[in-house]
Ligand binder design. Sequence first.
Ligand code: HSE
Length: 447
Amino acid sequence: MKPIQVGLLGIGTVGSGTFHVLQRNQQEIQGRAGRGIEITMVADLDVERAMRIVGPDVQVVNDARAVIANPEIDIVVELIGGYGIAKALVLEAIAAGKHVVTANKALLAVHGTEIFAAASAKGVMVAFEAAVAGGIPIIKALREGLTANRIQWIAGIINGTTNFILSEMRDKGLDFDVALKEAQALGYAEADPTFDIEGVDAAHKITLMSAIAFGIPVQFDKAYVEGITKLGAADIKYAEQLGYRIKLLGIAKRRLPDATHRADGIELRVHPTLVPAKRLIANVEGAMNAVMAHGDAVGTTLYYGKGAGSEPTASAVIADLVDITRLHTADAAQRVPPLAFQPGAMRNTPVLPMGEVFTSYYLRLRVADEAGVLARVTGLLAEAGINIDAVLQREADEVSGEAATQTDVIILTHDCMEAKMDEALARMQALPTVLQPITRIRKEELA
Ligand code: HSE
């Protein structure tokens, strides 16, 4: 049978990896797919560079629309990124009856509802394994491997750049700015690292996973997003002393109505998180990714691997190409739905505002070292109904660069509603003996 024809839009790091892995493993891939898979056309603005990568047998153009217009092309792989031209090209490819493979988490997290609806109406597939956690087949695992389960929660280290920075901060006692510069020098962080360090990239990814896990539409605009830029070396050190590590986690959690929670809902959030040091995920270091998913039948599962890079991401792109090759002649109703649930079975369970999130906390207060200060602080927590789990006070001489009249008080709390914590924090901050802005980091036991 004639190989299925693939057109690449963009041949940078991931595109060239896809080309090389397809060539290198073509026999095995064909044996699995039941048919050859060939990249026969590439669009890239740098035509000469693209030609050097793919050689003379592949047609290279500088106009992506020429790929979409080519009737021989069955699958368009979008590797341009961003929401702009990539969105127009994906929708045009779908309208032209092409199946689409994309690594573009930003596009799907923001415009996924429109794109999946267009694909469904046209009877084509949109596959996006490479959009979340690079080479880890987490989309496949959530959508198919865990299909028996009612997923309760997902928590993932899904941004390698920030995990590298946090690992360096912990290992070498560096402050954020220094660790970021080091990550940039080593090529782990981009010149403009905003999307990574502010948590936006992780929020795109957890938004996609939340849709698959809970059968809700992709709703990036409802996600709470907090990055790692305000983290200090001191907090990483104190967390360590309390038996925790700080990781930037993407969290999606199902909350059921009970005596505390009036309604059901989904928590969807990205923020630095204290995780018990003994959890496997707390020991995921450097640029690696890991995702935990907890299902009612399977219990807790953990997936680990490279979240970026040329061939790890190509591995995910090619897995999608194989899936499409196997299924493209199947009736659309027999294919796996892109978000796991059949369109008619999607739910409108609301994504909860951050004030309704239920979690525990690490607080660090720089206070005047005077009698009664701790009592006043803990009194305000008690008044808000917040239960304290542990308190640590550092001796004044351990607080770097300050006179012995100040001290750091670190408090771990049990779970409470975020709105209650906001109220208590505002009242604590107003105490004249609290000398600096209070640091608040959320904590998850992931048990
Ligand atoms: N910039 C991402 C990361 C990789 O640092 O993990 C692509 O999503």
